[in-house]
Write a protein that binds this ligand. Structure first.
Ligand SMILES: [Zn+2]
Ligand SMILES: [Zn+2]
Length: 322
């Protein structure tokens, strides 16, 4: 099979792997590039080489010996969160969820991922997008980005009980803001680039009936984004941490104490949360914004360069394999 591995990524011909235990062998239909992939290829998240890629839709080719009990069948189209090989037995697996297991691997980070024609996926994390022989969602295979970007924001919405809220999008780039407004994901937009903290708070109040916001989800890893969020939240409001800063961010504890604020963490959910996100996405016919350019596996290094340069305003870059 063709696979992109090593640094820089080189297209190689590798043997198709054999599913073990509860793994399933999948043929990758579409895989999209996530910002975390950039950190993976520098070796910052684990030893190289690894086949990167952790958001995809793919079709099951073969079940491992213990995968049969997961109601998966050859020909089913699936997606998955990146958590793999959780023990399902420890106290964290049983109480918080398998996405907190200390024994787990990360697909496309510590084990081979989706930028290859075939991949191995843990049946316990698989979410069925379309059953073999049945009609699936209209937007297949463009649902690939749901399985990292989508489900992560979903986890933030669920943990902060924010479904159905009015959305104000904040960013420092107009292209991103206008895209969010045009596709209906933001009710209001604010470019924070030239605003002082006081100016931003006033602007939020102007467009929000005189009020600051109840909850602020920070999806950027920029430390400044966390400072910005704290400045626009009402007393007894919440900051939801999703974006992962490279270094620790100073926490203004006084603002949390005085405002009785809450800090809520959110991340890629386990199978149960991912399934709820997919169901919602399909029911509402939500379609991730996909770059109009059709990428192939040989474009992977160019895709990485484009993402590094911030030139992906047109939507998620995705490779379609078939
Ligand atoms: Zn990701
Ligand atoms: Zn465990």
């Amino acid at each position: 099979m063709k696979a992109a591995a090593n640094k820089p990524l080189v297209i190689q011909d590798l043997p198709i792997p054999k599913p073990q235990g509860r793994q399933v062998l999948v043929r990758v239909q579409a895989a999209s590039l996530c910002h975390s992939d950039l950190a993976t290829i520098t070796g910052a998240l684990g030893p190289l080489p690894v086949i990167i890629g952790h958001e995809a839709v793919s079709v099951i080719q073969e079940l491992g010996p213990d995968a049969g009990k997961y109601d998966l069948h050859v020909g089913d189209t699936i997606g998955s969160g990146l958590w793999q090989d959780s023990c399902l037995e420890c106290v964290d697996c049983k109480t918080a969820g398998p996405q907190f297991c200390k024994k787990m691997n990360l697909l496309g980070i510590t084990t081979a991922g989706y930028f290859a024609e075939y991949a191995l996926v843990d049946a316990a994390t698989a979410v069925v997008v379309k059953r073999a022989g049945e009609d699936g969602p209209r937007s297949l295979p463009a649902l690939a980005p749901v399985f990292c970007a989508g489900i992560t924001v979903w986890d933030a919405l669920e943990r902060s009980e924010l479904l159905g809220a009015k959305v104000i999008a904040l960013d420092v780039r107009n292209e991103q803001l206008i895209a969010a407004q045009n596709d209906g994901s933001a009710d209001e937009i604010i470019n924070t680039r030239s605003l002082s903290p006081e100016g931003l708070a006033r602007k939020v109040q102007e467009i929000n009936g005189g009020l600051l916001v109840d909850k602020a989800i920070v999806t950027s890893g920029a430390p400044q984004a966390y400072q910005t969020a704290i400045g626009i939240v009402k007393p007894i409001g919440s900051i939801v941490a999703v974006g992962l800063p490279a270094a620790p961010v100073p926490l203004p504890v006084g603002a949390f104490a005085i405002g009785c604020l809450k800090l809520i963490g959110a991340k890629v959910p386990g199978q149960v949360g991912a399934k709820r996100c997919l169901d919602f996405t399909v029911r509402k016919d939500i379609r991730p914004r996909i770059n109009s350019r059709k990428f192939v596996l040989e474009d992977i290094n160019e895709m990485i360069d484009l993402m590094k340069a911030g030139k992906v305003d047109e939507g998620r870059m995705m490779i379609e394999f078939f």
